[in-house]
Design a protein around this ligand. Structure first.
Ligand code: MTE
Length: 308
């Protein structure tokens, strides 16, 4: 995410010195990762899924861009680093997810047992990053609502929080003190139960690669991409709104709801238009990223300008 850099100001001028030095060391790690990766196959296992009604008459972003231009700060700060470091460092097996908080069925569940009761489906969604670029991605996944129902959230559960793995061996960005790990994101429970919300386990007919959040990540297509937390190891039901990673880091720049909204600019750039990766001309950004019909009703009592 664009947090500390600007085209005119050099990073070390606006960044705490220890953070800046951490980043320099991290860039060196990126070079080492690229070398290590040269020895690894750049393939992912095939994954079959039924087509679904969630589709778009828009050109898909190429697989090369979807798997090569990423935001995953635990695997590096450039768009290229996650694809370079991920295959070298990150093994998503074995994997389990713990479920706790306000629910009747807490516990720890193996990734395979979490996913196998559900039918995998392919869904083509737009993804709009808060940095004002977008993609169209053929995800494979399972409806978040169906997974949540299995844990039986109780009447106190109003929100659901998701945490990314903390393991500096596998996610080497966590060796540096830049952020307070884990990466945390959350939804209001009714948002999470909306049929559009997906837990993705693959894309483009293959299992998720490390850089895209293997083995399981959230996809919430009407919100800015930073809500779609990667490599999930914990799901927690809460009564009060969790403090999410970007709200902690830059509360004036990133809000809890983060619904795509061309009317509410980021404090440092416009959200009125976007660059679709692979296209030359900019596109107008659509309210709720084009999903207003499905989700606008969730927010009828909210002032979205105030609650960005
Ligand atoms: N999840 C974690 N754990 N760490 C991250 O840095 N970046 C977010 C989101 N999920 C991020 C994350 C942002 S800013 C975006 S735009 C999307 O992942 C990018 O997903 P993609 O790389 O698969 O396109």
């Amino acid at each position: 995410m664009l947090l500390l850099t600007s085209p005119r100001i050099r990073e070390h001028e606006i960044t705490d010195r220890s953070v800046y030095l951490d980043r320099r060391r991290f860039l060196a790690l990126g070079a080492a990762g690229a070398l290590a990766m040269a020895a690894l196959p750049a393939r992912a296992a095939p994954l079959a899924a039924a087509k679904s009604g969630f589709t778009l008459a828009e050109t898909l972003t190429t697989k090369e861009a979807v798997t090569g231009y990423n935001n995953f700060i635990e695997l590096g700060n450039s768009k290229e680093a996650p694809a370079q470091l991920g295959p070298a460092y990150f093994r998503p097996q074995p994997w389990s997810v713990s479920v706790d908080g306000e629910c009747a069925k807490p516990g720890t569940i193996a990734f395979e047992d979490l996913v196998s009761p559900h039918k995998l489906e392919e869904r083509i969604y737009r993804m709009r990053c808060v940095e004002a670029w977008s993609m169209v991605i053929p995800w494979i996944g399972i409806p978040l609502a169906d997974v949540i129902k299995r844990f039986e959230p109780n009447s106190k559960a109003k929100y659901v929080e998701f945490n990314t793995l903390v393991d500096p061996e596998r996610l080497p960005g966590q060796r540096f003190s830049m952020y307070d790990w884990p990466y945390v994101e959350a939804l209001r429970l009714d948002e999470a139960m909306n049929p559009l919300a997906l837990l993705a386990v693959g894309l483009y007919g293959e299992e998720l690669r490390p850089q895209n959040g293997a083995p399981i990540r959230l996809v919430v297509p009407w919100k800015y991409g930073f809500k779609s937390v990667k490599s999930i190891v914990r799901i927690r039901f809460t009564e009060t709104a969790p403090r999410t990673t970007w709200m902690r880091i830059a509360p004036k720049e990133y809000g809890f709801y983060a619904n795509v909204n061309p009317e509410v600019d980021h404090p440092r750039w416009s959200q009125g238009s976007e660059r679709r990766i692979g296209e030359f001309l900019r596109r107008k950004t659509l309210p709720f990223n084009g999903y207003a019909e499905q989700v606008a009703g969730l927010y009828s009592s909210l002032d979205l300008v105030a609650n960005f």
